[in-house]
Design a protein around this ligand. Structure first.
Ligand code: PGA
Length: 264
């Protein structure tokens, strides 16, 4: 497994005051870790606030939840890659299922946004995942592979690029239903194979996170599943107590045999 990544997607929650209070509590209870990376995706207005709290914490990054595909211009209400970077972001979510299904973002849009992230020096975390009807029709692999290929299709320097991927089955997001560790592993294996087809051996170093109703109870077994390099957490990342329990998840090597099953 790659160095594990714990990513918090705050969605449309925690403006600057709440974000500052959250970070102050979080940082006092979560000293520097050398064996894992934490990423916060706050709303755009809170990126700079979170970044300011992170002095001397290279183990914690801040990212944007979305960017426009153009670098600047007359796009009222949007933020661009360079603006997100200027505010302190080093990562950006691209193609989150709410962007795709609530705001109608297409695979073509995700391709343009990944390219914009590359130009701005941001690492995109490309989110892929099937809807319930696609899963029931046996189309999961096809959907995920299509989203992955499309998302990375417009990169200029694919050979030196350093993206992340998050597999988030749409039916598991915010529903309390999560994929089993075996389900996650099998799709992560498909993603890894497709990444190998795109970037060759470097695919091994691309983190593939799982997201969808992750919480402190199911995080250990999901993180122990093969090819799962981290978790992308929505609801359970909003409260400091629950987020701290998740980021402190013990990795497989630290868990006594037999204990994993009881973590469900
Ligand atoms: P959830 O959201 O953890 O609330 O299911 C995950 C996500 O949307 O990234």
């Amino acid at each position: 497994m790659n160095h594990p990544i714990f990513a918090a997607n705050w969605k449309m929650n925690h403006g600057p005051s709440a974000a500052r209070a959250f970070m102050k509590t979080f940082l006092t209870q979560y000293p520097r870790h050398y064996d894992r990376t934490v990423i916060f995706f706050p709303p755009a207005a809170s990126i700079e606030t979170v970044d300011r709290e992170l002095e001397n914490r290279p183990d914690i990054l801040v990212g944007a939840q979305n960017i426009h595909w153009e670098d600047q211009g007359a796009f009222t209400g949007e933020i661009s890659g360079p603006i997100a970077r200027d505010a302190g972001a080093t990562v950006v979510l691209v193609g989150h299922s709410e962007r795709r299904h609530v705001f109608g973002e297409t695979n073509e849009d995700t391709a343009r946004k990944c390219a914009a992230a590359e130009r701005a020096g941001l690492r995109p975390m490309l989110c892929v995942g099937e809807k319930l009807d696609e899963r029931e029709a046996g189309k999961t692999k096809k959907v995920v592979v299509r989203q992955l290929r499309a998302g990375f299709s417009k990169l200029a320097q694919i050979d030196s690029f350093n993206p992340l991927v998050a597999y988030e089955p749409v039916w598991a997001i915010g529903t309390g239903r999560n994929a089993t560790p075996d389900d996650a592993s099998s799709i992560h294996g498909v993603i890894r194979a497709e990444l190998r087809a795109i970037v060759g051996d470097r695919a091994r170093a691309i983190p593939v996170l799982y997201g969808g109703s992750v919480n402190a109870g199911n995080a250990p077994s999901l993180l122990a599943a093969s090819d799962v390099d981290g978790v992308l957490v929505g609801g359970a990342s909003l409260d400091t107590g629950s987020w701290i329990s998740i980021v402190r998840t013990r990795m497989t090597a630290e868990i006594p045999a037999g204990e994993l099953a009881s973590d469900e």
